[in-house]
Design a binder for this molecule. Structure first.
Ligand SMILES: Cc1cc2nc3c(=O)[nH]c(=O)nc-3n(C[C@H](O)[C@H](O)[C@H](O)COP(=O)(O)OP(=O)(O)OC[C@H]3O[C@@H](n4cnc5c(N)ncnc54)[C@H](O)[C@@H]3O)c2cc1C
Length: 264
């Protein structure tokens, strides 16, 4: 989507509305989620709200002018359509990528009071609207939980009546994002965890990757025509989406987001 002249539109990535400006955000809080993941709460003057599932671009510029840009999903619940005055606060959860350029800086070096550039919200495809009462299935791999957590938080905050299930694949309890909050989401959002390396103490269930059998057992059945959102590393997203189609889910109802490398 763009409202730019044609010759400029060619320079703009497809899913970045041309009119979305860069804004200067201030880090107001850092919340440690795990040893390798941090939630960054940012004040963004002029922020006009977002839908659950959207992301932002973050741009860091060094003193010598070198700049790097990456995408991060919004962890905060949808603010568009929320009652009350528009909030200018957004939350991102960043998982460190070993040897990464931007994620170690965001999680370890950026301090409260520091500034960064941010633009968004971006993406109108991977979004869930709390006014949609149809069943929803969320499937997260690793930090792919972030935009799905925004959907689950929106579901709770708006008192949605849509049946929602969340399947989270995570290496071990030490890597689990939002662990306590997921346990307390309440009956409106049914959470199932899959441990791929090791489970909690006394865990007697299976340990391993998400399988077709597990998807069949834990997900909203295909005959209920759930809207499905799958997010995580590319290989995870492709394997899960393929398995869901094989299980009878309508491919047109499955939306995916891949957390592959981005930016420059
Ligand atoms: C739409 C979108 C939303 C995203 N949302 C989030 C989010 O909410 N939280 C979050 O932590 N990340 C998110 N990401 C990933 C994020 O944009 C960066 O790719 C990630 O933080 C790594 O950046 P880096 O500069 O640290 O690593 P880089 O310097 O870009 O890469 C270092 C090395 O790691 C590899 N690599 C890069 N990214 C990844 C990755 N995601 N997984 C595995 N290996 C990788 C590279 O190929 C390279 O070998 C999102 C990506 C997209 C496209």
């Amino acid at each position: 989507m763009t409202d730019a002249p044609d010759e400029v539109a060619d320079l703009v990535p497809d899913d970045v509305p041309y009119s979305v400006p860069w804004r200067v955000a201030t880090l107001v809080a850092r919340v440690r989620e795990t040893a390798t993941a941090m939630t960054l709460e940012l004040d963004v003057p002029g922020w006009r709200g977002a839908m659950a599932g959207q992301h932002v671009d973050v741009r860091l510029t060094a003193e010598d002018g070198y700049s790097a840009q990456r995408s991060y999903s919004l962890a905060s619940p949808a603010s568009m359509g929320a009652p009350g005055p528009a909030s200018e606060r957004v939350a991102l959860t960043v998982q460190v990528v070993d040897d990464g350029e931007v994620s170690p800086y965001l999680t370890e070096d950026l301090q409260v009071g520091d500034l960064l550039e941010l633009r968004g919200p971006i993406g109108n495809w991977f979004v869930w609207h709390p006014t949609d009462a149809r069943p929803v299935q969320l499937v997260a791999g690793g930090s792919g939980l972030v935009p799905l957590m925004s959907m689950a938080r929106t579901h709770v905050e708006r008192g949605s009546s849509a049946p929602m299930r969340l399947l989270v694949s995570v290496r071990s309890p030490a890597d689990a994002l939002y662990a306590d909050e997921l346990d307390g989401l309440g009956p409106g959002v049914e959470v199932t965890r899959v441990w791929t390396r090791s489970g909690p103490p006394a865990w007697a269930g299976p340990v391993g990757r998400v399988s077709s059998e597990l998807l069949a057992a834990a997900c909203v059945p295909p005959d209920e025509s759930p809207r499905v959102f799958v997010c995580g590393p590319t290989a995870f997203v492709e394997a899960v989406a393929d398995a869901l189609v094989d299980l009878g889910h309508d491919a047109d109802l499955i939306r995916t987001e891949r957390f592959g490398p981005t930016g420059t």
